[in-house]
Design a protein around this ligand. Structure first.
Ligand code: SF4
Length: 213
């Protein structure tokens, strides 16, 4: 339970970030709780029956968002169901043409830049191009001062936690800090989103809770 002073701090900080997002042609919203955020996401998805893709995200996986999307009658593209080479090709086509792509972010700066790392690059590729809109859901624990702090957060918080979750043979999975590995690395692509070329395509829902890694 986040205390009321911290909640107010989160709301104040979110308000400042949302103003900066606007300058970058991204839309920003603030939700006090994940339940409120889910309502906002459903509103932004619109309807009826939209196609929805999603990237790997503990913020999303630890919530009811996917269930609520299915209950609302949307076509949720469940990537785990696409296994063979042909199915994966079909998945890529569906994802790039999705109405909405959902993800979190590894970090967001006080100036509204998004910082993400990826192994295969599928998640960041749909952030950059393809789906009509991208909705980023981020707990306020993802907020950092600047891009350098965001990269530091990905290397020393997000990735070490994810490598433990995925049972990876990387230095960070053992030590809890980045060892700048290459052999089994999950840090292949570092993507910094400065702005959206399509106004409003990227929407960021900040949530006044600690969510994900
Ligand atoms: S570069 Fe390697 S050690 Fe560093 S965070 Fe990424 S996976 Fe971990």
């Amino acid at each position: 339970m986040t205390d009321k002073n911290k909640k107010q701090f989160y709301a104040n900080q979110a308000e400042s970030i949302i103003k900066k997002l606007k300058l970058r042609k991204m839309e920003g919203y603030y939700a006090d709780t994940m339940d409120e955020a889910i309502k906002k996401v459903l509103e932004l998805i619109g309807g009826p029956s939209k196609s929805i893709g999603y990237g790997g995200s503990m913020t999303i996986d630890n919530s009811d968002l996917k269930e609520k999307i299915k209950e609302a009658g949307h076509d949720l593209i469940i990537r785990e169901n696409y296994k063979s080479e042909d199915e994966v090709r079909e998945l890529k086509a569906k994802m790039i043409n999705a109405d909405t792509f959902l993800m979190s972010t590894n970090a967001i700066t006080l100036d509204g830049e998004l910082i993400n790392i990826d192994g295969r690059g599928n998640r960041v590729s749909y952030l950059i191009y393809g789906p009509d809109q991208v909705i980023v859901i981020a707990g306020m624990n993802k907020v950092v001062k600047d891009v350098a702090a965001g990269i530091d957060r990905t290397r020393n918080i997000a990735s070490p936690a994810n490598t433990v979750r995925l049972n990876c043979d990387t230095p960070c999975a053992k030590t809890g800090r980045c060892g700048d590995c290459l052999e089994h690395t999950i840090c292949c692509e570092f993507v910094i989103t400065r702005a959206s070329i399509v106004p409003g395509r990227i929407k960021v829902v900040l949530v006044g809770e600690e969510l994900g890694y």
